[in-house]
Structure formats: C-alpha cells, structure tokens
Design a protein around this ligand. Structure first.
Ligand code: NAP
Length: 294
C-alpha cells in the first residue's frame, strides 16, 4: 500500500550519520500504515557539525519525534530542553519528543533492552549481571540493570586503560549505592568471575561476533552454563556464535533484535501515544536483515 501524505501528516524520523542501513523507517511506517495513523517516518543524514541546525529544524518544521543514532546520541543533549532522568544518568539519548516546541530526550535503548528481558520472563531484581564491553550500548544496559534493582554488576572491557569500564562502574556504584565493579575482559578475569560469582545475566555489549566477525565470541563456550540468561546486543547476525554456544550449554538466550524492536516500540509510543504491534515491527526488521544478507 502506498504511503499517503496529507496536510495533517505528522512527521517523525531518525538523525544519524550514516543512516543508509537503518531499519527504523520500515518498522515505524509499517506500523503507522497498519494502524491507520497519519504519520510518516523519514531518515535524515545529519553531519556532526550540523547537529544544532538539525535540532533547530526539528523545532521549525514541528517534527514530532526523532530517533537519534551514531554519532549524535551524546552530542544532542545540549540542544534539548529537558532530559528524562534515566537518559540523564546514561548520558545518551536515542529518542527526542517535541511537545509544542519543548524537546525532551529519552533513552529507549535502555528501556527496550529491559523490556526484551522481561518479555522473555527474565527477572533483574536481586540478580548478579556481567556486562562485556563499556561503550555506548554497555552504558545503557548497565544503567538500566542497576536502575531495575540488579544486586551486583561486573563490567569487563578489553581496553588496557580500562578507563571507560572503571568510570561506568564507579558512576553506577555512586548513583545506586550498589556493588558495581570493572575489570579487564580476558580469560583470567572471566574464569575468576564465573567461578566466584553466581552470575545469572550475561550481556555481550561489545561488537565481537557482529557481521563480518561472525566466528568470534567474547567468552569461551566452556564458561556458559544452564541457569544463565545470555543477551547479545548484536542483531546482525540474529544468532551470534555466543548465542549458539549459550543455547547448546542450556542457557536462555535473547538476541539484540529484541532490543532493537522494543526500543522502536517504546519510541513509537512516545511519538504517537499509541501502542504499535511489536510483531509487525519485528517482521519488518527481520525482512530487512534478510535482504541485507542476500
Ligand atoms: P561502541 O561504543 O563503539 O563500543 C564497542 C565496545 O565493544 C567497546 O567496549 C569496545 O572495547 C568493545 N570491543 C570492540 N571490539 C572488541 C574486541 N575485538 N574485543 C573486545 N572488545 C571489543 O559501540 P556500541 O554503540 O556500544 O555498540 C556495540 C554493539 O552493540 C554493536 O554491535 C551495535 O550494533 C550493538 N547495538 C545494538 C543495539 C540494539 O538495539 N540491539 C543498540 C545499540 C548497539 P574498547 O573500549 O576496548 O574499544
């Protein structure tokens, strides 16, 4: 069905650079069409040095909502009027809502990650979690795990300096008055954590295992066990080597596609005040991923 634009069509979109491979327009527009909403979702490639102008444009064109992707998730913050408390703690925004010229930033990567876990029946409160990586995805995941009552966090990162992991763990310990520690991502520390700590949630928030690096995994298979919930934030491929090995070890698994779908669902709700069909958004994302593979 062709998209119909009217004089009342509400405009939403995505800003990033690059934006060519984004799945968000397909996910959002399919849901608008199925729900009969007079909305359209457009990708905008915005260079880093034009971010301020783009946000001025959001106000001037009365664009209702924007998703924000690499490289603007942190840099967009000074241009907004308000920040949701969770986005403020994370220090990154992936969703901006325009309420009559007042722009508020949210982080639905984090809430989408949480929703993906809870949809699979995986409880966070009182649990011990190990997060691999200390980049953007790790910040969102680690903060929401702490915010949702995880008892203990261990954040492991490969960098020699470990600056990011220590800073992240330090911030979380302070903000939530909880036990959050950092360490180096190597076999020795993985052995030590898995031996000493009853980890029940393991999250890969590195890019290890992402296409074309599909033969790699951030943690050896012999450390995986039943009783673990293993979440890989990577969605390409859908089933990473880590997820295959976790499944073979009897662990529960969640693919990054679920985080992608739920961040989209939660942003859609903020833009439209309607609940979109998650299955349709997932189907659109899967369709594009398959197309990109061929
Ligand atoms: P980022 O900020 O660049 O962070 C990448 C992380 O991966 C860093 O901790 C980096 O460690 C680590 N890393 C990279 N190569 C490594 C290697 N060979 N060995 C060990 N660690 C390595 O990227 P990001 O935005 O967090 O994205 C990370 C992944 O999450 C990507 O695959 C992205 O597609 C995915 N993601 C998925 C969703 C979703 O909705 N499912 C949302 C956001 C991101 P150093 O600090 O040492 O470089």
């Amino acid at each position: 069905m062709a998209l119909r634009i009217t004089g009342n069509t509400v405009v939403c979109g995505l800003i990033g650079d690059p934006v060519e491979h984004t799945m968000s327009p397909a996910m959002h527009n399919a849901a608008y069409q199925q729900m009969g909403l007079d909305y359209v979702y457009i990708p905008f490639r915005v260079r880093a040095d034009e971010l301020g102008k783009a946000i001025d444009g959001m106000r001037a064109f009365n664009i209702r909502g924007l998703n924000v992707t690499i490289p603007h998730k942190v840099a967009v913050i000074p241009f907004l009027d308000k920040l949701d408390p969770l986005a403020e703690k994370i220090g990154a925004v992936n969703t901006v809502v325009n309420d009559n010229g007042v722009l508020t930033g949210y982080n639905t990567d984090a809430t989408g990650f949480l929703r993906a876990l809870t949809e699979k029946g995986i409880e966070v409160r009182g649990k011990k979690a190990m997060i691999l990586g200390a980049g953007g995805a790790s910040r969102a995941v680690s903060l929401i795990l702490a915010d949702s009552g995880a008892e203990r966090l261990i954040i492991l990162n490969r960098a020699q300096e470990l600056d990011w992991a220590y800073e992240l763990a330090g911030n979380i310990s302070q903000l939530y008055n909880m036990d959050a520690k950092a360490g180096q991502l190597n076999r020795e520390s993985l052995d030590s954590v898995m031996e000493r700590i009853d980890v029940s949630i393991l999250v890969n928030a590195t890019s290890v295992g992402m296409t074309p690096d599909v033969n790699n995994t951030p943690i050896d298979a012999d450390l995986l066990r039943p009783g673990l919930a293993v979440f890989d934030v990577i969605y390409n491929p859908l089933k990473t080597r880590l997820l295959m090995e976790a499944e073979a070890a009897g662990a529960r698994t969640v693919s990054g596609i679920e985080m992608l779908v739920w961040q989209g669902v939660l942003a859609f709700e903020k833009f439209t005040s309607h609940e979109p069909p998650p299955d349709l958004m997932r189907q659109e994302a899967l369709r594009l991923l398959e197309k990109n593979e061929n």
